[in-house]
Design a binder for this molecule. Structure first.
Ligand code: AHR
Length: 344
């Protein structure tokens, strides 16, 4: 599927109009072609594959790394014309972006869906327009899976289960397998596959440990600010917390701030156990220091695989429905092996 000069010109007009805010195309709050190449001149190449990318927001360190990974992989030098839109956590904005991509007749639409439900109508529109949709990072819940071509992302259920299994083993090593364990969870965006999958995965392990008491599960929206606010509230409500599960690193950073302000340490013998997800560099440093006990990786570097899948589709290759990223579990015992290579 080669993009013709006339089509590039149409896209450039649309993008220019989007930037200036004049005319019918006002769907993009951000337009971004990867920096470091020759931009407009490169786009005169008539073999670029056009991709509309609806990113769900910029709430976390992880999200920024994911956006950068896509921009780097779908660069003009790699043969792509990328139209990037940041939905700022609003599904409505994602719908608007997708409709704008459809009206510009892009070759592919890539979506990081903020929440799981509600995609049927807009994806039907993309399918009717004959534009393949690739889901990235988070998954969706639709009646008909033919509405999207492929999902590339993380196995959130497995991540949650890994955290639960680590806790089981840790408590056993401490001789606490039979003790009552009070657990609080600071949740990511409600209704997102990341929040729901991690909760289900951890919950499955919790269900087989009758002594684990899930005493609270509160919203943290995947942000540091909200993580801090929620942790401060949980500390006011409970004085017997044994385990804090933060569903991402940014919320863990916020929780640590609140804990520090309350004079509560984590990670050491007799301290509350702190569990987090993502595996950002700052979090790995906190694992090394013993402040976070375990950090389950959520791999944001899906851009390269995304480019391979699109190139595969272009070449008429068979594409799988689901591609999971490889992910590790970081503890004090293994973190030194990975910390230096972490660039986000
Ligand atoms: O969907 C991935 C999750 O979303 C990451 O854990 C989190 O940091 C991000 O905001």
């Amino acid at each position: 599927m080669l993009i013709k000069k006339s089509k590039i010109a149409a896209l450039l007009t649309a993008v220019a109009v989007a930037i200036t805010g004049c005319g019918p195309f006002t769907g993009f709050s951000v337009y971004d072609v990867t920096s470091g190449d020759s931009g407009i001149e490169t786009m005169s190449d008539d073999a670029l594959i056009s991709v509309g990318f609806s990113q769900l927001g910029s709430e976390s360190t992880w999200r920024s790394a994911n956006t950068e990974s896509v921009k780097a992989a779908l660069s003009t030098n790699n043969g792509f014309f990328l139209i990037y839109d940041n939905a700022r956590q609003k599904q409505e904005k994602q719908f608007k972006a997708v409709r704008s991509f459809i009206s510009q007749r892009v070759d592919y639409i890539v979506i990081c869906p903020v929440i799981q439900e509600g995609w049927d109508v807009v994806l039907t529109e993309a399918r009717d327009a004959g534009i393949p949709v690739i889901l990235l990072d988070r998954n969706i819940s639709v009646n008909d899976e033919s509405m999207y071509t492929s999902f590339i992302g993380e196995d959130m259920y497995a991540e949650g289960a890994s955290a639960g299994k680590w806790l089981e083993e840790h408590l056993e090593k401490q001789g606490k397998s039979e003790d009552d364990i009070n657990i609080v969870v600071i949740e990511g965006t409600s209704g997102s596959s990341a929040q729901e999958g991690r909760a289900r995965g951890f919950g499955a392990i919790a269900a087989r440990n009758m002594n684990w008491k899930m005493i609270a599960s509160a919203k943290g929206e995947f942000t540091q600010t909200k993580g801090k606010e929620t942790m401060a509230r949980l500390l006011r409500e409970f004085d017997d917390i044994d385990v804090i599960v933060c569903q991402n690193d940014d919320m863990a950073f916020g929780a640590i701030e609140a804990l520090n302000e309350a004079g509560v340490k984590t990670g050491g013998a007799g301290d509350p156990i702190l569990i987090s997800f993502d595996g950002t560099r700052k979090a790995l440093e906190l694992v090394k220091e013993g402040v976070i006990n375990v950090d389950v990786e959520c791999n944001p570097n899906s851009g390269e695989l995304l480019a391979q899948i699109i190139n595969g589709l272009e070449a008429g290759k068979e594409i799988k429905k689901t591609y999971y990223m490889e992910e590790k579990v970081f503890t004090k015992e293994n973190v030194d092996e990975y910390i230096e290579d972490r660039n986000y």
